[in-house]
Structure formats: C-alpha cells, structure tokens
Design a protein around this ligand. Structure first.
Ligand SMILES: Nc1ncnc2c1ncn2[C@@H]1O[C@H](COP(=O)(O)OP(=O)(O)OP(=O)(O)O)[C@@H](O)[C@H]1O
Ligand SMILES: [Mg+2]
Length: 153
C-alpha cells in the first residue's frame, strides 16, 4: 500500500511519528530515503520519544548503527548508512536487528534484502519549506497497515 503525505511543520512530523509508533514492533523496518537534511533523523527522534527511548538519538559522525532501549521488550536499532560505501559489508549487523524495531536512514546503501521483510519505506522530497513524502508498506499485517494509513489520512 502506498500513500502520499505532506509535512508543513514539525507538528506534522510528530503526527506521522505517533502513527508509526503505534504500529512499531519487533521485526519491522522503517526505511527513510531522501536528500540530506530532509528530516529523516527528526522523524526518528519523534518516534523514539513515542516508544520510550530516553537516550538522546543523534546522527553520529562515524557510527553507522546505534541501539536504544524502548519501553517495550525490543530495542530500537537506528542505522545511518550515509557513510557506507560498497567496500563495507554490512551483512554481519543484520543479526542485531532480529526481533527488534529498525529505522534505517540511507537504506539504499545497506546490502540487505528488504524484499521479504516487513517494511515501511518513506521517501522525502523537500520543495521549499514543504516536505513531500511517499509512504509504502510491504509485508505488514493488514491490521497494522490499516491502522497506519487511517492515522495519516
Ligand atoms: N517537518 C519539518 N519542518 C521543519 N523543519 C524540519 C522538519 N523536519 C526536519 N526539520 C529540520 O530540518 C533539519 C534537518 O533534519 P534532519 O537532521 O532530520 O535531516 P536528515 O534527513 O536526517 O539529514 P541527513 O541525511 O543529513 O541525515 C533539522 O534542523 C530539522 O529540525
Ligand atoms: Mg539524519
């Protein structure tokens, strides 16, 4: 299922974060694509707040993957793959995501096969002050999918 969504303010980002947090669960992968400074980390921070992350989520300069405790019995795995290049093999890190909830910025640089995983793929396009998003789900339960899209209509 695919839907477009427009962010005009940070409050809109917060609403989207709440909708995603509601269905966040182990073994779901949120894939955030889009140019530099389009708001991927901002969305991640708001989702983190909703799922009970108390540590500060940031965009570390040299760390590709961070893990955060949530209020649930699964962790948030935050990946920022911007600095990965083809020489890096990221395969060994996949194991860390199993049974956790993963948010990946720059997923196109991660050499995992997302096709069979439960994914929510968001593409950000900034047009002056407006952020135009395309949100596409794959392999989610129909209940999760319906909940998500009902909340962001
Ligand atoms: N919906 C929004 N409205 C206004 N400002 C926003 C919105 N979303 C993000 N921003 C601001 O844009 C800036 C860049 O956001 P952010 O760091 O989340 O981008 P990013 O996509 O993670 O970039 P990078 O690719 O470098 O990791 C931040 O100052 C953030 O507060
Ligand atoms: Mg970022």
């Amino acid at each position: 299922m695919t839907q477009n969504y427009q962010l005009k303010t940070l409050d809109d980002t917060k609403l989207l974060a709440k909708a995603i947090a509601k269905i966040a669960d182990r073994n779901i992968y949120l894939l955030l694509s889009g140019e530099l400074a389009s708001g991927k980390t901002q969305l991640t921070k708001f989702i983190g707040a909703e799922i009970g992350v108390t540590d500060v989520i940031n965009s570390p300069s040299f760390v590709i993957l961070n893990q955060y405790q949530t209020k649930y019995d699964w962790k948030l795995i935050h990946i920022d793959a911007y600095r990965l290049d083809k020489k890096n093999d990221f395969s060994e890190y996949f194991e860390l995501t199993i049974d956790n909830f993963t948010i990946a910025e720059w997923p196109e640089k991660v050499n995992w096969n997302f096709d069979k995983l439960k994914t929510i793929a968001i593409t950000f396009k900034v047009d002056s002050d407006i952020r135009n998003l395309t949100i596409a789900t794959n392999n989610l339960t129909s209940e999760a999918e319906q909940t998500l899209f009902a909340d962001i209509k």
